[in-house]
Design a protein. Structure first.
Lengths: 308, 339
């Protein structure tokens, strides 16, 4: 099911709009990753899509239905959300957690059914958590736990799945595991939109990278076209080299080790040097660091060179 | 269905029947147990004895029935409130029910010259419901409508206000103070069937609402965002469930006066068996509380025979140490107290 966002503006009273006139189309079966610096509006955008925060204007469409016109329950049949830090009920088992995903399909007079059982079994299988089903969630590792949460969201059997920073609390191995799982979910025909903190994994695992800054979309397209040194500079105010992964040519972001100049990205390397040197008056040690930084910042053999 | 929960429920029902029977047999008076037993099994000479009939049918039976009702109501209400506020220490007095009931009783006694026990009951009920209603209205308005924090804040603020008003009225009224003092020590002594029956529909309604809300209530444990994305309305659910708590706790306080600890401890005991299963928690919590209530009331009749100890005092003696034990135990640290 295609997810369409049109002229969406969303924010909080007394502040400038956190999301400012965003247009987006994410086709079926694709993984889109929303990236951007803290406070760029990516979380608010996801909350507005998932009916957690009412936008002040604009529409969100799942297929051809306006998400905000649906009832909470109907919407939960179209869109599932894995919240950023969901709370687990005390002492819940993995199967118990995944069963929550069936709530939108149940009602006062429609209790647990064979269909629900099948959906839970499928979700457990898809996430490789079948063996964990009877274990307690709080006894599992972070990576296993996140797979279980994903299973709950999959058991909801929605065509659209939203993930709010699904890897933020995971180490590299577990993060890769979860993101590969996300790819499989999309391959099975669902539309996945996730907010990611890490541009590198967005570039690696998403079909579409949507970059946001100050409430607006500044880039939107396949990672290999969108992820450039200029974009990294615009979003995060740092210099970076973009390498190509030997396997599939997907962009790899390598931030330069030089002193950051976040406040004034247009500064030259010399200016940046000065700012770092200033506190060095009191001791000798910092001077050393500056020198080291200088060396790494200007290796002559670097292929792509940014500002300075 | 979760097997340990089923077994526990069955066991508690059997225990409740036994305790109920015992409650008909044992009293603080001089009626011998054997005679009471004869009366129950239908011995004709015992049936003809007016004194036994009075003790069993008019004194002990209503009292036992009321004990079960109060226990069920408090156990269920405590369980609901702990789920709704995501606070394992939430108690049934949290919504201002107890302080509202107290104010109702005092107003009834002072300004409307209520003298009958039934009148006191009605005033307690009206006061408790009104107070809780105001708390719910406050909690339902404004930006963070229906948030657990709002519910708790509104409850404690209004509770304190009612408490102050009660004290103010009592200051000048010695006669009211004496009756109130008796009321405020919760007890089942002297309850009549005619006072118990009108509350059955209220408690039944409270339980019905609770069971209809089991699934959304369970989803609240995942946090509001997740509950919403599963198709629930967290704010709305909280207010509906709080209304059910009002019915249950209001009825309980009207029947037996304020009784502490039961609504707090029964859900704890239930969770130890059921884990996070909400429906099981609700049933077991109600059954545990009913059993404890009847057992405590039995003890109340015999510990300082021929006098009676108020059941609330007994419960406080049992509940205090238990609460300390829970606070020191491992479970507390994993319970996750959240606003």
């Amino acid at each position: 099911m295609q997810l369409t966002v049109e002229a969406l503006t969303s924010g909080y009273p007394g502040h400038t709009a956190a999301v400012d006139g965003v247009d987006l189309t994410i086709p079926s079966g694709q993984v889109a990753a929303i990236v951007g610096p803290n406070g760029c509006g990516k979380s608010t955008l996801l909350r507005s899509i998932s009916r957690l925060h009412k936008p002040s204007s604009g529409t969100v469409r799942a297929g051809d239905e306006d998400v905000w016109q649906l009832t909470q329950r109907r919407a939960a049949h179209r869109i599932a959300l894995l919240a950023q830090s969901p709370q687990a009920p005390e002492a819940v088992t993995v199967a118990g957690l995944v069963r929550y995903g069936r709530h939108p399909h149940q009602g006062l007079f429609r209790q647990w059914s064979r269909e629900d059982e099948a959906a839970v079994r499928e979700a457990l299988e898809a996430t490789g958590t079948t063996d964990l089903a009877t274990r307690r969630l709080d006894h599992l590792s972070g990576g296993q736990r996140q797979r279980c949460w994903l299973a709950m969201v999959l058991a909801q059997q929605t065509p659209i799945v939203l993930l709010d920073e699904p890897t933020s609390a995971l180490d590299l191995g577990h993060a890769v595991e979860v993101l590969s799982l996300v790819r499989e979910v999309a391959a099975a025909g669902r539309t996945v939109v996730m907010v990611l903190h890490d541009l590198a994994s967005a570039a690696r695992y998403a079909d579409t990278v949507i970059a946001m800054n100050a409430g607006k979309i500044v880039a939107n397209g396949p990672a290999r076209d969108v992820v450039t040194a200029e974009l990294v500079k615009e979003l995060y105010g740092i210099d970076a080299d973009i390498l190509r992964a030997p396997g599939d040519g997907s962009p790899v972001v390598v931030p330069s080790a030089k002193a950051r100049s976040v406040r004034a990205p247009e500064k030259t390397a010399q200016a940046a040097e000065e700012t770092v040197q200033a506190p060095g008056e009191t001791a000798q040690a910092p001077e050393k660091t500056v020198q080291a930084a200088e060396e790494t910042a200007q290796p002559p053999e670097k292929p792509v060179k940014q500002s300075g | 269905m979760h097997r340990p929960t089923l077994w526990a429920a069955a066991g508690l029902v059997v225990l409740l029947l036994l305790l109920g029977l015992l409650s008909l047999l044992v009293g603080s008076g001089s009626t011998p147990m054997g005679r009471a037993w004869d009366f129950i099994v239908g011995d004709s000479s015992a049936r003809a004895d007016a004194q036994i009939r009075l003790a069993v049918l008019d004194v002990r039976l209503p009292r036992t029935l009321a004990g079960v009702l109060v226990g069920v109501a408090l156990g269920a209400a405590g369980c609901l409130l702990q789920a709704v506020t995501r606070n394992p220490l939430a108690e049934t007095g949290l919504l201002g029910v107890n302080s509202g009931a107290a104010l109702g009783v005092v107003i009834g006694l002072t300004y409307f010259e209520v003298t009958s026990a039934y009148g006191v009951l009605v005033w307690a009920l009206v006061g408790g419901m009104a107070a809780s209603g105001v708390v719910l209205l406050l909690a339902a308005s404004g930006r963070a409508a229906g948030s657990p924090l709002r519910l708790v804040l509104a409850g404690s603020a209004l509770g304190a206000t009612f408490h102050g008003m009660t004290s103010y009225v009592l200051l000048g009224e010695q006669a009211t103070f004496d009756t109130y003092r008796y009321w405020t020590i919760g007890s089942l002594a002297g309850i009549k069937t005619s006072e118990t029956y009108p509350l059955i529909p209220l408690i039944a309604l409270g339980l019905l609402i609770a069971f209809c809300c089991v699934r959304p209530l369970a989803a609240l444990a995942l946090g509001d965002d997740s509950a919403r994305s599963l198709g629930h309305h967290p704010g709305r659910i909280r207010l509906i469930v709080a209304a059910a708590v009002t019915l249950l706790a209001g009825s309980a306080v009207a029947l037996a006066g304020p009784i502490a600890f039961l609504g707090l401890l029964a859900p704890y005991a239930a969770r130890a068996v059921t884990g996070p299963r909400m429906a099981g928690q609700l049933v077991l919590s109600a059954l545990v509380a009913a059993n404890v209530m009847i057992a405590a009331d039995l003890l109340a009749r015999i510990v300082i025979r021929p006098w009676e100890t108020p059941v609330s005092v007994l419960l406080a003696f049992i509940g205090g140490p238990l609460l300390i034990w829970i606070a020191r135990s491992q479970r507390m640290s994993t319970a996750g107290v959240a606003s």
